[in-house]
Ligand binder design. Structure first.
Ligand SMILES: Cc1cc2nc3c(=O)[nH]c(=O)nc-3n(C[C@H](O)[C@H](O)[C@H](O)COP(=O)(O)O)c2cc1C
Length: 173
């Protein structure tokens, strides 16, 4: 048994080359995102793809000054629609499933970017209200992750992980 190389090679990339991305990349990344599992196959995700400097700057501000966001050629903001999950699953849908579903979509984007020689970073530290305003999101839509994407300038070493014996509880906790 082995871990796929792409999972081992993915890193959070926070510096990007000033190099244009292939035209079709955002379509490929979104199609990969949409292959993620979702509760009841409801697919409660929405994606904002943005390239304009002005919008990136607003996201940097919403993300407490994380400047590398504006270095990226494209930024994908993965959003969740809690209402769509709530309609079938109630509070569990709106407070849990829609976030789990979109998180799986985020990981698909990051792995697909890596597989295409690109890099990205899951940025979750941001002011939701500011990000929603910058992106003109409808009131019910929640921004879940900001993902700046580009060709990596530097690829950092892998960060330490808790080991198997630290995280596994056999049979019960
Ligand atoms: C929910 C979540 C929120 C994160 N938010 C940020 C963030 O706001 N800024 C940032 O630079 N990295 C952020 N990260 C990336 C983590 O710092 C990173 O995944 C972790 O340090 C492990 O490094 P690796 O992704 O290179 O393996 C976030 C990751 C997750 C899953």
């Amino acid at each position: 048994m082995k871990i796929p190389e792409i999972i081992k090679n993915r890193r959070s990339i926070r510096s990007f080359l000033d190099k244009e991305l292939p035209e079709e990349i955002s379509k490929t990344l979104i199609e990969a995102a949409c292959l993620a599992p979702s509760a009841g196959n409801l697919q409660p995700w929405e994606f904002i793809i943005l390239k304009e400097e002005e919008t990136k700057k607003k996201l940097v501000e919403a993300a407490y000054g994380q400047e590398f966001i504006s270095e990226a050629k494209i930024v994908i903001v993965v959003c969740a629609n809690p209402n769509s999950s709530a309609a079938r699953y109630g509070t569990r849908g709106s407070s849990l499933y829609c976030l789990q579903d979109t998180a799986a979509a985020v990981q698909n984007i990051l792995l697909t970017a890596t597989d295409n020689g690109l890099g990205g970073c899951w940025v979750g530290a941001f002011d939701e209200k500011k990000a929603s305003e910058a992106l003109k999101l409808p009131r019910e839509i929640r921004p879940v992750a900001i993902i700046p994407i580009g060709y990596p300038k530097t690829i950092p070493p892998s960060r330490p992980r808790r080991g198997y014996s630290e995280v596994v509880h056999l049979e019960t906790w």
